[in-house]
Design a protein around this ligand. Sequence first.
Ligand code: SF4
Length: 305
Amino acid sequence: MQPAVFWTREDKSILCKLCLRRCKITKAGFCKVRIVKDSKLYTKNYLKFQLEEKSVEECNLFHFKPFTKSIEISSIGYNFPKSYKNVKEIKKYTTEKLLSEIRKIKAENVVFSFEPIIYFESFYKVVKFIFREGLNNIFSSNCYFPSQLAKIIGKYCSVALINIYSSLSEKYYKEELNVENIKPIIKTSLALKKQGMHLEFVNYVTKYGNYKDDLRKFCDFIVETFGSSVPLTLISFDNFYPQELSELKIIAEESGLRYVYVPEINEINTYCYNCKQLLIDRENKIINLEGDRCPNCGARIDIIL
Ligand code: SF4
């Protein structure tokens, strides 16, 4: 086990300050990977990863280096009671072994996913190493952690993929995710933006409560706070028929969002928000852009090529 960071001693327990759950621990934290031993906090998942080779689009990123190869890194432990991912197989890696796996498949991007904060000690060691190798580091997170960490993350990662559940419904977060206050999640997302990172959102949509209204409110909020050019990907976290997902896409676009993707119904192409010209045909792997502009009307498209 590896000594953990960001904790203090409090009477007979240990207060973990790594994420906003702020567990008072005598044995194990909520995430089950941070353990108290001899009055100190340790982490069980140090450099233990599951690696998956994916295209950048399979990682739900649609405006960053289209068609490039990525390695998605995940590990055990999560700070929400529900999760969008089930990590099945983890192995211990050294940074050199990890790099050789990345080189083997010629990946350009390393996606620190599910949930990099909960394996922060490993993330910090690996991200610095990968950064020096000149690869693109992508931070994919639920943002349930103190905003102060954004500075460290922004130093080594150029992209933040923010994973939201049920359109950030306060009721859903309270009742289903045991999160009393969603404001710190917004604060942390803004702090990542302030670092100059390229931002994209994933919304794991549910049928909880007034989910269509919640989606509308959430998209309005994204447009007001982060701008209409921030890409949003919708992924079903409940059973949705294709027609229902199409309706959700329309709702999101009605808020003014320019780029809404729904991979489950093959809504993965990029169109010009101004003249509707097809710009990125993902089935045929064709990019039809002049620099970062639409070749038809000249509108500037927020995308990193
Ligand atoms: S969930 Fe894990 S990382 Fe978060 S405060 Fe609790 S022990 Fe720390």
